[in-house]
Design a binder for this molecule. Structure first.
Ligand code: DP6
Length: 360
């Protein structure tokens, strides 16, 4: 079992003068949701997600040795423009990982990032953005320690990404990633995500995620604040147990491809996530009227056609529609005929299950 100490590197050789790496890293959509955490980004319950493909960040890190080596220094550019708004978040991340990345102090980092999805789409860029940054940092570490194997590279990338944003720990690999200690996942850990280790039925490898953009505005309550409100939520323990149980139930379903059971677990998870938001103090609602309209339309469509499409939600109003590729045409027809009316400016994004981050 990996403890966090094993991620403290032994640096022996000379540090490279300068260099540059670029990684493309995807977003992910959780089937069993992470909501609630302990200190140091330790999740209150395990989660599992589909890795996405089209929704991704591309991040370049140029590193060069600087005069003094007390603290990491960086400039951050978003879509080509220097953007200081993100500095506090990146600074906090670099501080949190500093024990595990002591070599970074020697460098000045120029970080350039862009997203494939519109900035204000309500799609969180923290999973793709933080994982891409973590991967670039690990590429620097691998240059210093060239004997590092791929497994360690992936695990430590996920470990670092987690310290930036919990869900980012699930964006390194694909097509499915599990994060958080769970009895039925022998190598699972609260410290990093692992590639889903059990059998996955072929049908899931074709899954589509069409994201209906209901509300692109700033969220009223950030995820980080929302996680915090699980402390003191009267349903917290029951919710954490439910996530464990749902993950147990999902394992045989992901193997057998029983889509009715898959739908029940996934939709229940989405609604339970929002139920604990409703029962937090202060309480909050991230769904919008159109979120509910869409859910009802999906249920009616499923009843009428028997097409196994389900919805899930993140911490926001947007609706993710999950379904096998085989039904793509019919589902897109439903979206165009009935659901775009509930999307802000008629916007939706077509994505599919993906294989994880790649170096460009
Ligand atoms: C609802 O990973 O964004 O999307 O760790 O504070 O950065 P931080 O939170 P974040 O939370 C995501 C919560 C979720 C469910 C999930 O992705 O599992």
């Amino acid at each position: 079992m990996m403890a966090h100490k094993e991620f403290i590197p032994k640096i022996s050789g000379e540090l490279p003068e300068k260099g540059e790496f670029t990684w493309q890293s995807p977003s992910n959509i959780a089937l069993v949701k992470y909501w609630g955490k302990k200190e140091n980004q330790i999740p209150a319950n395990p989660s599992v997600s589909f890795t996405l493909s089209n929704c991704h960040s591309i991040t370049t890190v140029k590193f060069s040795k600087k005069e003094t080596s007390e603290k990491v220094a960086f400039d951050f550019y978003f879509e080509g423009q220097k953007k200081d708004d993100f500095n506090p978040k990146i600074e906090k991340f670099l501080e949190r990982i500093s024990e595990y990345t002591p070599y970074l102090k020697a460098y000045f980092l120029e970080i350039h990032s862009e997203n494939s999805f519109p900035h204000s789409s309500g799609i969180a860029s923290s999973a793709s953005g933080m994982s891409a940054l973590a991967l670039n940092i690990m590429s620097i570490e691998r240059e210093i320690n060239p004997n590092m194997d791929d497994e360690f590279f992936h695990l430590k990338s996920s470990f670092l990404a987690r310290l930036g944003s919990g869900s980012a720990s699930r964006s390194i690999e694909g097509p499915l990633v599990e994060w958080g200690k769970h009895n039925e996942f022998e190598t699972s850990s609260d410290l990093f995500g692992i590639k889903y280790p059990h059998t996955l039925h072929e049908v899931f490898k074709t899954y589509r995620d069409t994201i209906l953009l209901v509300d692109k505005g700033e969220k009223t309550v950030s995820s980080t604040v929302g996680h915090g409100l699980m402390h003191g939520n009267p349903f917290a323990e029951a919710r954490f147990q439910q996530a464990h149980d749902n993950l147990s139930k999902l394992v045989p379903v992901l193997e057998s491809g029983e889509l009715d059971k898959f739908i029940e677990i996934v939709e229940s998870e989405a609604l339970s996530l929002h139920a604990v938001m409703l029962s937090s103090i202060p309480y909050f609602i991230l769904m919008k009227p159109n979120t509910l309209q869409i859910i009802e339309k999906i249920w009616a469509f499923r009843k009428e056609t028997n097409i196994p499409v389900c919805f899930t939600l993140d911490a926001g109003a947007n609706v993710h529609m999950l379904y096998p590729q085989e039904f793509e045409e019919k589902v897109l027809e439903l979206i165009k005929n009935e659901l775009v009316a509930y999307c802000q400016n008629g916007h939706y994004i077509c994505d599919k299950i993906g294989n994880g981050a790649k170096m460009l």
